[in-house]
Ligand binder design. Structure first.
Ligand code: SF4
Length: 866
């Protein structure tokens, strides 16, 4: 079968994959982002391309509609709103999942034809603070370095990033470089002891938002220890004195770190010429995210450690095309090609190039403000593309209500049911990954092709095409592109504007590609100037984009921290899920790693708050409540509770943690602060807990329910406040299984109840409940679905010798469970390499290696004599 070279649709690493139509996915050895590596999510892509749950026809008010009718309705509603209420009465909320061509057309339509800049993207939640920090320091949003720098560095400082789980292939590249050159030091700055700390020489459990104080203190240390590159700063940097004065007024102990840890870090940084500081959401998602970015950039500018091999600040982006969005002007405060809305010359040049009837004259609404405007009745027509703000935005319930209030909402998505799609007046079916074609840009400025290897199903269409068809219905010229290659050509050609205004984003060398040339485009790092070599680094010799060509160091004053004895909520991501699980949630393998939302709590906090492992706890803020499984671990920071953000109304309504996050944002970037939320944490008094598997799709019908795909069906963790009286009825409600005969076994002494529903000779559903968290071998129970086994044997919930229980999945690539691994460790296979040789665990993507190491440490630990 023909292999198609394309790009993974998940994180900003931008790995190249090879795909065949039957769903076989392998890493692309030739792609410079990953050289053949894939993580667990990328490896499981083939399990996510089925048409289950796909939206295949347009819908108006929930009913199937003709494309022409739907497009006419969208066009007339937007035209009507603009005519009656002005251009700022409409808005687009788009996504880093869109391809550059989609993004480009959406921006052109909103900014050049509607005349508003009310187009913002879910990348606002991801790296807007990095964009703002770059622009303040460099004059434009430039990522100076490359992935190679990380491998060539002597010191890699990872700040606010669980790289091992969120950018796994980058982490694997670093781990491999460190294995080959053990001299590379790694420092992890993170409140939690994450899987990334597995390769750290030093873990700095900084308090939430304490990183500004840490890097301000570092700047002072660098000055006092003669580490400043005065030649570089004199020639290329402004603002040194003010930045240093602000840094000197900061107490590095405000970072919450021990004096000796701070000293060790400063010493390492000071003496390592080749240092890369890599940072992500832990820096960006903060009320002072932009300042934290600039505190980091200040240290690199002051030392001149930027733009040369093995050194520089490096912001890693969350989404596959977050960078592409930044380049086309996908944020409400930017024009394309890194030009500025506020600059009249830039606006005039863009409007002239587009030959458009108008151009936006001021920045539009950033994400949080955009949905507030929806709530306030100011937005009359809203178009949400390829994203799920009803789950992912802070104060998510209020965002749902705000979307519901908009008189006309259109949602373009690949799925017929999402939390946001359920609120739409018009649903438009989009082509999915594997079906659509275009380009994406990864975190190191590398443009790669996403190529289709599957036919577009039903009546779905590419996003850029849907936008063009609406634009044409609205009577606009300038949208008659024949294909995505023509869209890209216009975009590349007009990057001449960046050259004209002396901006960084020059891809004029890609203008004029034929359709065949576009199809064959190899991954290429920008800049791609016409007639000159592509790629490379920025700023080794200065050449910044402020008017005088110099960079600016920014005076950073960390905010005063309110004293509080309460808990702080930190939200984030887990290894095997992506965003709101609309794609990864389809893979049984990926669902088996962490199958429900959880609250990671330090043992001291758990003791104080009377929380017990595996019970449920309740998190409250003025914005919402969540019920979550308690996971007690010393890896958590005392006083902080970590909760992943992936669960939705369909998969875990009480785990939708973004409902708890207030809509508080950084003043420069508008990025919400999702990692520092005061929260009340208490024990949830549940009357019963349950675990169920079913061959039919389960709905979250109980006060607590978390549903995941599993082999042969669905699995669910449930709990309730009142003990049911009829357990068969309860089992059928939870499992959604209405057929077959039920066998019920109840133990009055323990309160444990077991229900098996058998259809013919096969197990159709199993349900286990108890007053305490249910102790059954879940992987074994899942393996019984559809099996022809005796109902009473199945109800034991324990594996027999003929069906050993592998235990919860550790290695998603090879489906290796914890019990299997324990057995091998107990038999002497007590290294990650030996476990890999015996079970293959950790030998594909390597994302589970930190967990293998932790398991070995636990199982191998000698038991103290009583
Ligand atoms: Fe995809 Fe994983 Fe690569 Fe990210 S690291 S692009 S999720 S394969």
């Amino acid at each position: 079968m023909t292999k198609t070279c394309t790009t993974c649709p998940y994180c900003g690493v931008g790995c190249g994959v090879q795909a065949t139509p039957d769903g076989v996915i392998t890493g692309d050895n030739a792609h410079p982002a990953n050289f053949g590596r894939l993580c667990s999510k990328g490896s499981a892509l083939g399990e996510t391309i089925s048409l289950e749950g796909r939206l295949l026809t347009p819908r108006i008010g929930g009913a199937a509609a003709e494309w022409d009718t739907a497009l006419s309705l969208v066009a007339s509603k937007f035209s009507g709103a603009i005519a009656e209420h002005g251009p700022d009465s409409v808005a687009f909320y788009v996504s880093g999942q869109l391809l550059t061509e989609d993004y480009y057309v959406a921006n052109k339509l909103m900014k050049g034809y509607f005349g508003s800049a009310n187009i913002d993207t879910n990348s606002r939640l991801c790296m807007a603070s990095s964009v703002a920090g770059h622009k303040r320091a460099f004059g434009t949003d430039t990522v100076p370095g490359t992935y190679e720098d990380m491998e060539q560095a002597d010191l890699v400082v990872i700040v606010g990033s669980n790289l091992a789980w969120c950018h796994p292939v980058l982490y694997q590249r670093l781990a491999a470089a460190r294995a080959a050159r053990p001299g590379i030091k790694v420092v992890v700055v993170d409140p939690r002891q994450t899987a990334t700390c597995d390769i750290a020489d030093l873990h700095l459990p900084v308090r939430s938002d304490g990183d500004a104080a840490l890097f301000n203190g570092l700047l002072v240390h660098l000055v006092e220890n003669g580490k400043i590159d005065w030649d570089y700063t004199d020639a290329h940097v402004n603002g040194f004195a003010a930045a240093f004065a602000a840094a000197r007024a900061t107490d590095p102990l405000d970072s919450g770190l021990a004096v000796e840890d701070i000293a060790a870090f400063y010493d390492l940084f000071g003496k390592s010429e080749k240092v890369v500081t890599l940072y992500s959401q832990g820096v960006n998602q903060s009320v002072c995210g932009t300042d934290k970015v600039n505190a980091i950039l200040n240290c690199h500018l002051a030392t001149g450690r930027i733009g040369r091999p093995g050194m520089g600040p490096f912001s890693v982006t969350g989404q596959p095309n977050a960078m592409g969005g930044r380049e086309v002007g996908g944020l409400a405060n930017m024009l394309g090609w890194h030009l500025d809305i506020e600059n009249a010359d830039h606006r005039f040049a863009v409007q002239t190039a587009w030959n458009s009837p108008t151009i936006c004259t001021k920045p539009g609404l950033k994400a949080v403000d955009l949905f507030q405007a929806c709530a306030d009745g100011k937005i009359k027509a809203l178009w949400v593309m390829s994203t799920n703000p009803a789950v992912s935005m802070p104060d998510a319930s209020a965002v749902s209500d705000a979307i519901a209030k908009v008189p006309f909402t259109v949602v373009t998505d690949v799925l017929e049911r999402t939390d946001t799609g359920d609120l739409a007046d018009v649903l438009l079916p989009a082509a999915a990954w594997g079906e659509k074609s275009g380009t994406v840009t990864n975190s190191e400025r590398r443009i790669s092709r996403q190529r289709s290897f599957l036919p577009i199903p039903g009546e779905a269409r590419a996003d850029w095409l849907i936008l063009c068809q609406v634009a044409q219905k609205m009577g606009f010229d300038g949208f008659d592109f024949a294909n995505e290659a023509e869209v890209f050509d216009e975009y590349a050609r007009l990057s001449e504007l960046a050259v004209r205004f002396k901006r960084d984003f020059d891809i004029t060398g890609l203008a004029g590609l034929t359709t065949a040339g576009y199809d064959a485009l190899e991954p290429v790092q920008w800049p791609v100037p016409k007639g000159a070599p592509a790629g490379g680094r920025f700023f080794a010799e200065g050449g910044f984009y402020h008017a005088d060509g110099k960079a600016k160091m920014i005076a950073v004053t960390p905010p005063e921290r309110a004293k509080s004895d309460g808990m702080i909520l930190n939200t984030g991501r887990i290894r095997d899920q992506w965003h709101t699980m609309t794609r990864t949630g389809r893979s049984p393998r990926l669902g088996a790693h962490l199958a429900e939302p959880f609250a990671e709590v330090h043992p001291e906090d758990a003791l104080r708050l009377r929380l017990r492992d595996a019970e449920l706890c309740k998190l409250d803020t003025p914005h919402g409540t969540a019920l979550l499984r308690v996971l007690i671990t010393p890896r958590a920071q005392q006083g902080a509770v970590f909760v992943p953000m992936h669960w939705t109304a369909q998969t875990g309504p009480m785990g939708r943690v973004n409902r708890l996050v207030p809509p508080v944002t950084d003043p420069f970037s508008g990025q919400p602060a999702s990692k520092d939320v005061p929260v009340s944490l208490t024990r949830a008094d549940m009357a019963w807990y349950g675990f169920a598997v079913s061959a039919v799709a389960m709905e979250p019908t109980r006060p607590y329910a978390a549903i995941a795909r599993c082999k042969g069906g669905w699995r669910a963790e449930v709990a309730g406040y009142k003990m049911p009286h009829d357990w068969e009825a309860e089992a059928r409600t939870v499992t959604g299984c209405e057929i077959g005969n039920a066998a019920v076994v109840a133990d009055p002494a323990t309160g444990v109840v077991r229900v098996a529903i058998v259809d013919g000779a096969q197990i159709a559903a199993l349900f286990f409940a108890a007053p305490e968290p249910v102790a059954v071998a879940r992987a074994h129970v899942v393996s019984l679905l559809g099996a022809k086994v005796d109902a009473l044997a199945a109800l034991s919930g324990r594996a027999g010798a003929d069906r050993p229980d592998p235990g919860p999945t550790v290695c998603a690539c090879f489906d290796v469970g914890v019990n299997t691994l324990r057995g091998h460790i107990e038999n002497g296979m007590a290294t990650v390499e030996l476990l890999g040789a015996m079970t293959c665990a950790g030998t594909n993507c390597g994302s589970c290696k930190p967990e293998l190491a932790a398991l070995i440490a636990t199982v191998s630990k000698p038991v103290a004599a009583e």
